[in-house]
Ligand binder design. Sequence first.
Ligand code: SF4
Length: 256
Amino acid sequence: MKRRTFLKLSALTVGATALGLGVTGCSKETDVSIDGFPDMPETLGQAVEATVDLQSGEVKINSDILVKSSVCMGCYSSCGVRAKIDKKTGRIMKLTGNPYHPKCAEPALPYDTTIKESYQAFSLHGDKGLTNRATVCARGNSTFEQVYDPMRITTPLKRAGERGSGKWKPISWEQLIEETVEGGKIFTELGDDTVVEGFRKIYSQDELINPDSPEMGPKSNGLVWISGGSYGRINFAQRFVLNSFGSTNFYGHTGT
Ligand code: SF4
């Protein structure tokens, strides 16, 4: 194989597999021979979500795969992503960019572009180049691993040792709600008889939090929310803390 052909083949294969796409119908005229792809053994890669015939533009969709559009929360850029999902297992196989999203493709595809045309735009069909191939960064490609991270926290954790000891135990959602709302001596098992005020005790729009310092506002300001990254939770939290509970003490991720 000539060096030039090898480089072209490498670039095309990397681009195609990054998109979860297969490419068929390549002839010698294209100067890129990829005979045998995507019929390679499964051990060499994932099943492709669709193939595009570079000559005719024919698109074949793999009905075993579901593709869902979403937004990457790997950082604050909020790039568009397409999640490739195995229909049988429901597991995300990989993430790629969304060609309709301005942060993934330049130019982005107009919204009225059909899905079939979007697959063609991913490919070299029509000799348009790969400007619509739709990319996300390395972190964006790997963010779906958070979903399957064995360390992912999926249940409330309650402190099970001295503050700073790093000891926590899982509790039920019912216990979380009960103790957060009603408060009380919730750490007696640690030998701590401190009465912790629950939401019910500190909720009041009529009483001042400190009558000697009325500028500190109502008692409800005793609820202080300090955010982490947004991940879609911020809007719910703002609605509860600011609008429902009536505390002004809502701080964002960078609100130090
Ligand atoms: S794809 Fe990369 S740049 Fe875009 S939001 Fe995700 S992590 Fe940020």
